[in-house]
Design a protein around this ligand. Structure first.
Ligand code: NAI
Length: 348
């Protein structure tokens, strides 16, 4: 759009069905107002193309906000590959996908997400140069989960300062929903901080892996309505609804999952119950900060410091939220819109 506001209209959406490899993919470029679009590729068994399209449109819009909130001169994009990664992922399909990314000429730079790994990115990288966070062997900085988890930890610490007057998580009970790449790392960081951690995951493999790494982790069927101080959604989005927000017993909701709130009313319910929500795209920006650091060739220590500085962004947003009596979601959106508007007017 020309207004400088990140509207719901996307700049470009590309569908590709490659019969030879079975690739069915959608790339959505939401905004390049601040710079070329960055965002990972999700490989997921969507029920149909409408579901995949809805997801990629929402996720790519979130990336625009995520980059702007992290103060990065990049836009938002995202891609989805439709299919079960366990059965349909082949090197040929990933290479066909890489060609699709290459054909966009660098307006979109991809990375990993649910269902894709750094190893997959190495294969994608054989047919496109517009890829970040490949393995170290392929010249990348590798899996983004560790730094994503670190950013979530620091977001929790900032929220703890607002909730309880100090950032320490020692002695707090934290429920981690989803023990995948990010969740299981977050569990380790939280245990190191002296927190008590309860985790849940429907996958027996994920539970076994997390418990093997962290024997102190307690397991539960679900954590969203458990008696915890912090609820950390680290699986799929949409778990916080107007109904579930009524039964959350945590004081803080903060995690890595994208699009945690099903809709705005869910955020209003959290706010009215005095529950602090850390906007997901702020808390989970660590992986994006890593990808950008890699593209710009920045030293690892600097990148880690930038991820730790997510603490300050969360602190600023929660201050705006309490000073102006608006939800943290509205406060974050306000900060982001101001940054994008400033960038647009300076470009005019
Ligand atoms: P993953 O695929 O490695 O892990 C997700 C885990 O959630 C799996 O173990 C799965 O079994 C579990 N799960 C599925 N449904 C569940 C449910 N109802 N309750 C509890 N667990 C459930 O994905 P990853 O990379 O750990 O990402 C997790 C979330 O964080 C996703 O929403 C992703 O978009 C987001 N994220 C990830 C980043 C990264 O760098 N990996 C960066 C930013 C966001």
């Amino acid at each position: 759009g020309s207004s400088g506001e990140p509207s719901d209209a996307h700049e470009r959406v590309v569908f590709r069905h490659d019969h030879a490899t079975g690739l069915k993919a959608i790339v959505a470029i939401h905004s390049t107002v601040l710079g070329r679009a960055l965002g990972g590729t999700r490989f997921y068994p969507y029920g149909d193309e409408h579901e995949a399209l809805a997801d990629v449109l929402r996720l790519s819009r979130g990336m625009t906000y995520k980059a702007a909130a992290a103060g990065l001169p990049y836009g938002g994009g995202k891609a989805v590959i439709i299919g079960d990664p366990a059965t349909t992922k082949t090197p040929e399909l990933l290479q066909a996908y890489g060609s699709l990314v290459e054909s966009l000429g660098g307006d979109y730079v991809t990375g990993g997400d649910v269902g894709t790994t750094a190893d997959d990115l190495d294969i994608i990288g054989t047919t496109t140069s517009y890829v970040a966070t490949r393995t170290a062997a392929a010249g990348g900085t590798g899996d983004t989960a560790p730094l994503t988890a670190l950013g979530v930890l620091h977001s929790m610490r900032a929220a703890a300062m607002h909730a309880w007057g100090e950032p320490s998580l020692s002695g707090r009970r934290v429920g981690v929903e989803g023990l995948g790449k990010v969740g299981r790392r977050l569990v380790g960081l939280l245990l190191d901080e002296g927190a008590t951690v309860i985790g849940c995951d429907p996958s027996p493999e994920a539970r076994a892996l997390a418990r093997g790494l962290h024997p102190k982790l307690a397991l539960a069927e679900r954590v969203i309505d458990e008696e915890v101080d912090i609820y950390g959604p680290c699986a799929m989005g949409g778990t916080v609804t107007s109904a579930s927000a009524e039964v959350i017993r945590a004081r803080i909701v903060c995690g890595a999952a994208n699009n945690q709130l099903l809709d705005a009313p869910a955020g209003d319910v959290l706010q009215s119950r005095g529950i602090i929500w850390v906007p997901d795209y702020v808390a989970n920006a660590g992986g994006l900060v890593q990808g950008v650091g890699e593209l710009e060739g920045r030293p690892t220590d600097d990148v880690q410091r930038d991820v730790e500085a997510i603490f300050d962004t969360v602190d600023q947003i929660l201050r705006v939220s309490s000073d102006q009596s608006i939800t943290p979601g509205s406060a974050a959106d306000r900060v982001v819109r101001a940054r994008i508007a400033a960038a647009t007017s300076s470009a005019d």
